[in-house]
Write a new protein. Sequence first.
Length: 310
Amino acid sequence: MNITLRHLRAFVAVAQLGGFSAAAERLHLTQSALSMLIRALEEDMELRLFERTTRQVQLTDAGRDFFPLAERLLVDLHQAVAFTCTRAKRAMGRLTVAMTPTFASTLLPGILVSFQAMHPDVQLVLRDDATPAGIQRLVQDGQADLGIAPVDRSRLELLVAEDLMADDLLVAVPPGHALASQPRVRWADLGSHPMIAFTPDNALQMLVNGTSDALGLSLQKQCEVSSIATAVALVQAGAGISVLPSYTGLARHPSQVAFLPLVEPVVRRELCMLSLRDRVLPPAALAFAQVLQEHMKSTLIKRKRRGKSR
């Protein structure tokens, strides 16, 4: 049989509306095109489905038998398509997101709560122990659907980076420190204070070293650590000061570590969301990306208001 969806729609429209003129208007067809569809359907079924007179169009006995079945077929098809599209667009399944430990302990909790409330069917796998370079590798190798990291855009051949926020470096100092009462700290002021630094291969430390070298500044490295959480803990204990990402200050620090803007120069890097360039993101990843971007915009607005209130 050569019956198509167009044939069924034409037949049902004529049967429902009782005429070719109204049915043609509903289907956006000419009456001649509609008549050809009905004629082809009748020829294929080898049955007359309508009795046509100059005044009206009526279903034949065969047409009356076929009408509820054809109508049901169209309804079932519409429901099947709608159901399949809804499930395909619904955020569900397993989603892996890679990020730095600092982001995971500061901005992630609020994002996670919002996302889970909106998309409870998604199982999140968080790779929250990765370095920026490691995050890029995880996304590039397909081990993570999304990554959140500061990036070097010159090394993103296979990745797409969408800006989330500007990350200006700041300095963390313990309570009572000589710098704690200043509204901002110059890079030149760091040279006379013991520093909690990071390992030489750390991306943040590379940025700090590059800036201090360009300024001809010699920093007093008291000790080297691998974790920002460790650096903050040592600052809290009074072991030294440390140059950190700006969003480190969003975490809760019981002993009220002071996080001060670092200027002359302001050193900025972009915190980005990473995805694989030629990959179509699944619905769960798209949903997470939307929540992430909205939360980051809200965070930036709050930070600006807080800055003005000072």
